[in-house]
Ligand binder design. Structure first.
Ligand code: PRP
Ligand code: URA
Length: 209
C-alpha cells in the first residue's frame, strides 16, 4: 500500500513503548502524545512544496526556502486528537485548526458525530486529520467523509497506533488519502480495542477512568 507510511524511527518506537505501559502517568502520557505527533508530523510534511524567498542575512543577500502558501489545517478528532494537534501546532504554529467531534457507540462501535467546525477556507488547505487510535477505522472514515462532503480533497491522516483491520477499511473507503502510523499493532479484540495497544487514548490523556 503506497499511501500507508509506518514509522520506524527509534524515537517514535521508544516513546510509544512508554505510552503502552499501564504505569505511565496521565501527565507523561499526554506529553508523549504531543511528542510522537510532532515526530509523525515531520514525516507527514516531507512532501510539502517549497518556494524561494529573497532575504538578507547580517552578512549578505541570499535566497532561502519557505513552505509555499503556508496553507495547512490540522483537524483533530475529539477528544484524543486534541493532544496530537497540540504537538503539531508547536511545529507549525501558523496552521489553522478545525475540530470534528465523534465518539464510538460502545455496543455497535459505530461513530456518532456531535461536532464539526472547520476554517471557512478549509477546502483550499492541506488537511492533517489527527487521532491517536485507528481501531475499526469507523471514526477516521466518518471524519474524512465529512471533510470530503465539504469539498476538501487534500487529506492526510496521522495516528499513533493502528490495527490492521482499521488500516484496511480506511484504505478501501478513502484510497486517495495518505496514512501515517506510529505503530501497526497485531489486531482488534472482541471489544474493538487494539491489541496490544495502549487502552482508551481519551481516558488516558484526560484521566477520565
Ligand atoms: C477513540 C479514538 C478514535 C476512536 C477509534 O475515540 O480516539 O477516535 O476511538 O476507534 P475506531 O477506529 O474503532 O472508530 P473514542 O470514540 O473513545 O472517543 P473519545 O476520544 O471521546 O474518548
Ligand atoms: N479507541 C481507543 O482509544 N483505543 C483502542 O484501542 C480502540 C479505540
Amino acid at each position: 500500500m503506497d499511501n500507508v507510511f509506518i514509522a520506524e524511527h527509534p524515537l517514535i518506537q521508544h516513546k510509544i513503548g512508554i505510552m503502552r505501559s499501564k504505569n505511565t502517568s496521565t501527565k507523561e502520557f499526554r506529553d508523549l502524545v504531543s511528542e510522537v505527533a510532532m515526530l509523525l508530523c515531520y514525516e507527514a510534511t516531507r512532501g510539502l512544496p517549497l518556494a524561494d524567498k529573497e532575504i538578507e542575512t547580517p552578512i549578505t543577500k541570499t535566497t532561502v526556502k519557505e513552505i509555499a502558501g503556508k496553507k495547512l489545517c490540522i483537524v483533530p478528532i475529539l477528544r484524543a486528537g486534541l493532544q496530537m494537534a497540540d504537538g503539531i501546532l508547536r511545529m507549525i504554529p501558523s496552521a489553522k485548526v478545525g475540530h470534528i467531534g465523534l465518539y464510538r457507540n460502545e455496543q455497535t462501535l459505530d461513530p456518532v458525530e456531535y461536532f464539526c467546525k472547520l476554517p471557512t477556507d478549509a477546502a483550499e488547505r492541506e488537511i492533517f486529520v489527527v487521532d491517536p487510535m485507528l481501531a475499526t477505522g469507523g471514526s477516521a472514515i466518518a471524519a474524512i467523509s465529512l471533510l470530503k462532503k465539504r469539498g476538501i480533497s487534500r487529506i492526510h491522516f496521522l495516528c499513533l497506533i493502528a490495527a490492521p483491520e482499521g488500516v484496511k477499511r480506511l484504505c478501501q473507503a478513502h484510497p486517495d488519502i495518505d496514512i501515517f502510523i506510529g505503530s501497526l499493532d497485531e489486531r482488534l479484540n472482541e471489544d474493538g480495542y487494539i491489541v496490544p495497544g495502549l487502552g482508551d487514548a481519551g481516558d488516558r490523556i484526560y484521566g477520565t477512568k
